[in-house]
Design a protein around this ligand. Structure first.
Ligand code: G6P
Ligand code: MG
Length: 219
């Protein structure tokens, strides 16, 4: 069979920006007079900025005018950009650089499938922009995960059938999106949380392309 194609989520898979998103959202909630915890934050992972703010406001039972909604969404992004400003290649999650090098060696093409509008900026900061053959981010999709749009676009850009794509995801919504796209998925994190993933690994440390392909093909 011809080589599969890998599609990667960004936040929480390649870089640990999930914690920065959480800090910025928590600060916003607190300024609006309520709080969010890590458990609530799980459902924000993989969700666009606008959809995340809707969920947070509903959680805090806060209603905003359209103008205030836009202002808070922009404010959250300003805080988030401050937090990611100092990112360097050191901020890649453990094993990620080696895994991408291993993809190259094995002739595996890689695409990005992220809901983040800040994705190109982050990839540039961590020096990984050139590892990708296609980029799909929050600027090019209209529907949030669990809608499969982001991954289907990635497959289209790379000119492959969805069934040939393997998605790497840390978010429940992202695993659902992969499934809806007809793709296999590698959950990054806790198998008791990412129950719908085809297989789950804790991260990329000491993981090779061969390990993934051998395991996923036996599922
Ligand atoms: C990713 C993150 C989400 C974030 C979304 C939009 O999917 O997992 O937490 O809300 O991107 O990010 P942005 O950088 O555009 O606000
Ligand atoms: Mg993620």
């Amino acid at each position: 069979m011809s080589q599969p194609v890998f599609l990667f989520d960004l936040d929480g898979v390649i870089v640990d920006t999930a914690v920065y998103h959480y800090q910025a959202w928590k600060r916003l909630a607190q300024e609006l007079g309520f709080d969010i915890d890590e458990e609530f934050n799980e459902q924000l992972k993989g969700i666009s900025r606008v959809d995340s703010l809707h969920r947070i406001l509903e959680h805090g039972q806060v209603v905003l005018t359209e103008a205030d909604f836009d202002r808070w969404a922009t404010q959250k992004n300003t805080w988030y950009l401050e937090l990611i400003e100092e990112m360097t290649p050191q901020h890649l999650l453990p094993g990620v650089a080696d895994f991408f090098a291993n993809c190259r060696t094995n002739g595996i093409r890689c695409g990005l499938g992220s809901a983040s509008k800040n994705a190109p900026k982050i990839l540039e900061k961590v020096g990984l922009l050139e590892a990708f053959d296609a980029l799909v981010d929050g600027n090019s999709v209209s529907k949030s995960k669990p809608d499969p749009e982001v991954f289907l676009k990635g497959a289209e850009l790379l000119g492959v059938e969805p069934a040939r794509c393997i998605v790497f995801e840390d978010a429940l919504a992202g695993i659902e999106a992969a499934e809806a796209a007809g793709m296999k998925s590698v959950g990054i994190g806790d198998p008791t949380v990412l129950t719908q993933a085809t297989m789950v690994i804790p991260g990329f440390l000491n993981v090779t392309v061969n390990d993934i392909l051998t395991k996923i093909n036996n599922q």
